[in-house]
Design a protein around this ligand. Structure first.
Ligand SMILES: NC(=O)c1ccc[n+]([C@@H]2O[C@H](COP(=O)([O-])OP(=O)(O)OC[C@H]3O[C@@H](n4cnc5c(N)ncnc54)[C@H](O)[C@@H]3O)[C@@H](O)[C@H]2O)c1
Length: 427
């Protein structure tokens, strides 16, 4: 019942009855009280209380207690990487183990979590078949990647859905299920092709973002403005697709999923060189941003170790609260041990708990965060930041440096005000 599962549950609950299952008791309690806990999906605010009160959507942590009522399972658990960037399939394995003892004849299981080609057949299927039931005869197993884009206008129902089954019948059954809510279902030959489709989509983004990040670094050497060049290149009516440089990539997808493909390739003796290099370029962007900050402070003869730095925006994506793998948070952590003082303000995040248990609190406004600061880093392009009173910020800051990590501010206006402005690829 996370970013992927909850919108999918709501879409299905409009057509049939749905049980949301999660190990997180707080989410289950919230759902059963008709509450939407996904701030990035406000369009669910009306649907959830209505569907819960009509009895079409209910939630539980106890899957065994409801197994009799279920004919189709859709799995949307996380697929993270470990500290060595290797796939961590523990959540999928644990769901498989939960399902094996309760699977019945005729049940359909569809895995949606992003993963490497081969996972459904090689990892999930043997666990499910340990029940004694046989796939394609007794139960049906398919893979269908999720393409949801939290915070965007795209609704589950309108995003074409790719489906592939372990057997043709598995694929047909899953496609039939998805057609009840999704307008365009694309059937591919098997589950591996469906797994590969999703990982191709995300690796494609990672590589293209890495190239524009690399190009942006070159722009600093050349004295070029990457933003101007992308805008000009976009006028080509074919053969060019714009990607934008920034302080780095974040979220559960682009910084994570390509490692699944890289690791799978390696296990087959195949090396994804370009993709590996791309992941490293994207991972290094927070360090590049730190260097930009250092260069700017040098201009004012201000060592980082005596400076106060303000970060505006901690989430990885504009107008959302999602800070998973956020490059802005990475910069915060890098600055913690290097700057005298570092503070942040994010209108969507009041506080966060780091892996080491440390709790970080957002300042109450951009203005209080900027007070007496030596540099402002734009970590997220939240709408609120575009409408700030920068004259007021200029007056509040001690040293007037802006590092625009999202290239979202008006460089000309800020420079005229007297700010020292540096963007990513905008020296
Ligand atoms: N967020 C996105 O934009 C997006 C887009 C496309 C695909 N995906 C993929 O979808 C999958 C889910 O991503 P998400 O963003 O929804 O993650 P999430 O962390 O928001 O949600 C996952 C949920 O699974 C629950 N969970 C974990 N282990 C469980 C278990 N054993 N049994 C029951 N519930 C369990 C967690 O408590 C959590 O609520 C991932 O594979 C991700 O790569 C995500």
């Amino acid at each position: 019942m996370g970013y992927v599962g909850l919108p999918m549950a709501v879409a299905f609950a409009k057509k049939t009855s749905v049980i949301g299952i999660d190990i997180n008791q707080q989410k289950i309690n919230a759902l059963n009280h008709g509450k939407n806990y996904l701030r990035d999906a406000p369009y669910l605010d009306k649907d959830i209380p209505k569907l819960v009160s009509e009895g079409k959507l209910k939630a539980t942590t106890n899957i065994s207690a409801v197994a009799r009522e279920i004919t189709a399972y859709i799995i949307c658990v996380p697929t993270p990487v470990d500290e060595k960037k290797r796939p961590d399939l523990k959540p999928i394995i644990s769901v498989g183990k939960m399902l094996a003892p309760i699977l019945k004849k005729g049940d359909l299981v569809s895995l949606e979590s992003t993963t490497y080609p081969g996972t459904t057949k090689e990892v999930l299927l043997p666990i499910l078949e340990s029940s004694g039931l046989r796939v394609g005869q007794d139960f049906y197993l398919a893979y269908s990647p999720e393409r949801i884009d939290p915070g965007s206008k795209w609704k589950v129902e309108d995003i074409p859905k790719v489906v592939g089954g372990i057997t043709p019948k598995c694929g047909r059954k899953a496609a039939q299920l998805y057609r009840t809510v999704i307008k365009h279902v694309v059937e591919v030959s098997n589950e591996k092709a469906a797994e590969a489709t999703k990982i191709l989509e995300n690796a494609f983004r990672a590589v293209n973002i890495a190239f524009i990040n690399e190009f942006a670094q070159y722009c600093h050497k050349e004295g070029l403005d990457v933003k101007e060049i992308i805008e000009a290149a976009k006028t080509k009516p074919y053969g060019f697709m714009p990607f934008y440089p920034s302080i780095g990539v974040g979220g559960h997808c682009i910084p994570v999923d390509p490692w699944y493909l890289i690791e799978r390739g390696r296990s087959l003796g195949f090396y994804f060189d370009l993709l590996t290099r791309s992941m490293r370029i994207n991972d290094d962007m927070p360090y590049f941003t730190l260097n930009l900050l250092r260069d700017a402070l040098d201009t004012f003869e201000k060592p980082l170790s005596t400076s106060k730095i303000t970060i505006l925006g901690l989430s990885y994506k504009k107008n959302t609260a999602d800070y998973r793998e956020s490059p802005s948070l990475k910069i915060y952590e890098l600055l913690k041990s290097r700057a005298k003082h570092v503070v942040f303000y994010d209108p969507y995040i009041e506080q966060i708990t780091l892996h080491n248990g440390e709790v970080l609190h957002s300042k109450e406004s951009a203005y209080s965060a900027a007070t007496e600061s030596d540099a402002l880093i734009i970590g997220t392009d939240h709408q609120e930041f575009l409408n700030l009173d920068f004259q007021k910020i200029y007056d509040l800051m001690r040293t007037k440096i802006i590092v625009d990590g999202k290239n979202c501010l008006n460089r000309e206006k800020l420079t005229k005000m007297g700010f020292y402005y540096n963007g990513i690829g905008r020296p």
